[in-house]
Design a protein around this ligand. Structure first.
Ligand SMILES: [Zn+2]
Length: 430
């Protein structure tokens, strides 16, 4: 049967199968979320995902990412840490008979650091269900979404159905710092008629998302004993001076954003964040160095190279006004994301299928979102011309303390993914 003839009876069987397995789905989500897969430590997550896919009979491709293969591709961001264990895992389903439209389902398994543990109510890597929410680092962003996609496919099988098109189930790393994991799947040749990424979007479709630039300011000072601080130059204070200049640039970019057709309704879509500061060696020595890692957003259609040049010009101009930096200019290094924004403009058919299943599952029209963070959809959309949908559950405190996902919204998301696969790929009796 194809999308048009998928009956509500079939949909009912799929939804029942999701409900039957939902407790197991939550258990698997907890297990997956208990792995502290911060940057560089995603290996055990990829092992678990490989096992889950193999146990279900998918053809598994598990490879080491070589940045040499990626560095010249659109959207590549430089990697600075040990990348020798970096892997991508893809499970492929191939139908006996290709009759429908193919699909990439993607999730990222990397998570951001948990921060001071004493500020969590329950430990970040001990996933805990409380009052209808699942708490844990990565429970929202986005391990629950990845496992939901896996169980959505399981539900089709349990309902006695099999998709009639190729499906690639892709588990990637580096979503939180460069996007190189998703880029590696594009480089490896994975393609489909549509991509679906179940990041937590509160049941909305991401219509437009920002891009992100990461950069590091390397600021120098002149070290002296603090008793004669006036004879030295304090690199940490000089970094403040540069931050103030970059805040002016941030406001200028936000003024430009006011004419963007999707972001004009968003208050302050361009956020500049000095995120990591390191500097100095001794409390009684005027610091001779300060490294400041920063993030700033750009909008869809804004050139990364042009905006890199603006950042450099802003830092240079501010340095010229500073007594020490004028003669000792700071360096700007690119330290991760060099990512364009992405606007979903070309998703006619897949979007129509998602709208329809959203209405079935949620009982009302699907809303849209101009998203002030990025997702991996950009690589499929911009590099490979694959319309890429981002849609998922309700989460709170992503990247914060007590990150959590609402369990009933996760059930709805799982239903929506399963019905989307049935509608998009088509299903037949197994
Ligand atoms: Zn995410």
């Amino acid at each position: 049967m194809d999308a048009k003839t998928t009956t509500s009876d079939t949909q009912r069987r799929i939804i029942d199968a999701i409900d039957d397995a939902f407790d197991r789905q939550i258990e698997t989500t907890k297990q997956f979320s208990s792995i502290p897969s911060t940057r560089g430590a995603e290996g055990p997550c990829q092992d678990m995902m490989g096992d889950l896919l193999r146990a279900r009979g998918y053809e598994v491709d598990d490879w080491h990412i070589d940045t040499k293969d990626l560095k010249d591709l659109r959207g590549y961001g430089p990697i600075e840490h040990d990348f020798s264990k970096a892997r991508t895992v893809v499970g492929t389903y191939r139908p006996a008979r290709e009759a429908g439209r193919s699909l990439i389902l993607q999730g990222h398994c990397d998570v951001v650091p948990a921060g001071p543990l004493d500020m969590w109510d329950t430990p970040p890597f001990t996933p805990t269900v409380k009052d209808g929410w699942l708490y844990g680092r990565g429970a929202g962003d986005m391990k629950s979404g990845t496992i939901a996609a896996l169980y959505a496919l399981d539900a089709l099988r349990a309902a006695g159905l099999r998709p009639t098109a190729r499906i690639h189930f892709q588990s990637v790393i580096e979503e939180e710092s460069t996007g190189v994991g998703a880029l590696s799947t594009v480089q490896r040749g994975y393609r489909a008629d549509c991509c679906f990424i179940p990041e937590p979007t509160n049941g909305k479709l991401v219509r437009s998302q920002v891009g992100v630039i990461w950069f590091r300011l390397k600021v120098r000072g002149k070290p002296v004993h603090v008793f004669e601080a006036g004879a030295g130059a304090n690199a940490i204070k000089a970094a403040y001076h540069l931050v103030q200049a970059l805040e002016v640039l941030e406001e200028e970019w936000n003024r430009r954003a006011a004419s963007d057709r999707h972001f004009k309704v968003v208050k302050h879509p361009i956020n500049f964040n000095p995120g990591i500061i390191k500097g100095g060696d001794w409390a009684s020595s005027v610091p001779a160095w300060c490294d400041l890692d920063c993030r700033i957003a750009v909008l869809p259609g804004w050139s990364i190279a042009d905006h890199q040049a603006e950042i450099v010009a802003c830092v240079e101009a501010a340095a010229k006004k500073h007594p020490f930096l004028a003669k000792n200019p700071p360096a700007v290094e690119w330290s991760g994301f060099l990512s364009e924004g992405y606007e979903l403009t070309d998703a006619g058919e897949p979007e129509a299928v998602l709208r329809s299943v959203h209405e079935t599952v949620c009982g009302g029209p699907m809303k849209e979102l101009a998203f002030t963070a990025l997702t991996d959809t950009r690589f499929y959309g911009l590099n490979a011309g694959i319309p890429s949908l981002c849609y998922g559950a309700t989460a709170e405190a992503m990247h914060g303390f007590n990150e959590r996902v609402e369990i009933e919204s996760l059930r709805k998301t799982t239903r929506a993914i399963a019905l989307f696969v049935a509608g998009w790929c088509g299903v037949e009796a197994a």
